[in-house]
Write a protein that binds this ligand. Structure first.
Ligand SMILES: [Zn+2]
Length: 303
């Protein structure tokens, strides 16, 4: 392959050299001499050039064909990538649909954007770690906050619906639940140009009404496997990082690790979580876990 590239580069260099020679000669020749004479005069000299050129043509043609093949392969790969490769289980964790790597975890950041979200997105981007940012409408009322959500989306992160004003859906009417969910989906689409594909209820408090509505809207509803940054003992970067990496939080009665393949990890837009984020991702990777790309998750919008 490397040899071929060298040949192709050499070929291109020769074509370029030939082009620049021609460019230098052409103006004089065209001004001073009739075209036929020029051809006669240069016949002998050009014989060799033609031979070289035909070899180059051949190489170029091969190169073109190869390019076409590469393009076709790329297109196939993209289509392959877009096919869902993970589905959610009853316990909010993810398993491979076919032969995707089972040792992955999903990173999610709730209650965004509330001060740390952009920096958290930048940290994750630098680590090449995908995630879902679950946003609330109340945090997106200013032009500035909407710009942050737009940027996070443009950085490649999924923007999920966490309701407009973060109320417990079990305490409000169906009409209010609809408003909480739909008005935020519309706002997200207005900002990012894309409908959200994921939904998480505040406090994980779901209702049958919301479940159905969310599915009708093409969103996947999820709670989480574990998350500790909203428990007092873990509102500190170092302790939080350890708890997230080990999956254990003995100070809130989680003595055994909840970390496992496909785990759905809950974090929030908080200072201590922001501070711990890089260590969390690296610690999970050290144990062999990949970060699950939300684009690969099967959602009702895929049906
Ligand atoms: Zn929340």
């Amino acid at each position: 392959m490397r040899k071929l590239i060298l040949i192709v580069l050499l070929g291109m260099f020769m074509v370029l050299a030939a082009c620049s020679d021609e460019a230098e000669q052409t103006p004089d020749e065209q001004d001073d001499e009739p075209v036929e004479e020029k051809d006669e005069d240069k016949e002998n000299g050009q014989e060799e050039v033609r031979e070289e050129e035909s070899e180059e043509d051949h190489e170029e043609q091969e190169q073109e064909e190869e390019k076409d093949e590469e393009l076709e392969e790329e297109v196939e790969e993209v289509e392959e990538d877009q096919k869902p490769q993970y589905e959610m289980s009853d316990s909010w964790a993810f398993s491979p649909i076919d032969d995707a790597n089972p040792s992955v975890v999903l990173l999610t950041i709730d209650d965004a954007p509330d001060g740390q979200a952009l920096e958290m997105a930048e940290t994750l981007k630098a680590l090449d770690a995908p995630a879902i940012f679950f946003v609330n409408g109340i945090f997106m009322e200013s032009e500035e906050d909407q710009e942050i959500v737009r940027q996070i989306h443009e950085m490649g992160f999924a923007i999920g619906n966490h309701t407009y004003s973060h109320q417990n859906l079990q305490n409000i009417s169906e009409e209010e639940q609809r408003e909480e969910i739909i008005s935020l989906s519309e706002l997200i689409e207005e900002i990012t140009g894309e409908k959200p594909k994921f939904f998480r209820a505040p406090h994980g408090a779901n209702t049958d009404f919301a479940r159905n509505l969310v599915e009708d809207e093409g969103m996947l509803l999820m709670n989480w496997t574990y998350g500790y940054d909203y428990f007092e003992p873990y509102m500190e970067a170092e302790k939080l990082a350890e708890a997230m990496i080990t999956g254990k939080a003995p100070e809130v009665d989680v003595p055994h690790s909840l970390l496992r393949d496909g785990a759905n990890l809950l974090m929030h837009d908080r200072e201590w979580t922001n501070e711990a984020l890089e260590e969390i991702v690296e610690g999970l990777r050290d144990q062999g876990y990949g970060m699950l790309d939300p684009d690969l998750i099967l959602t009702p919008s895929d049906d």
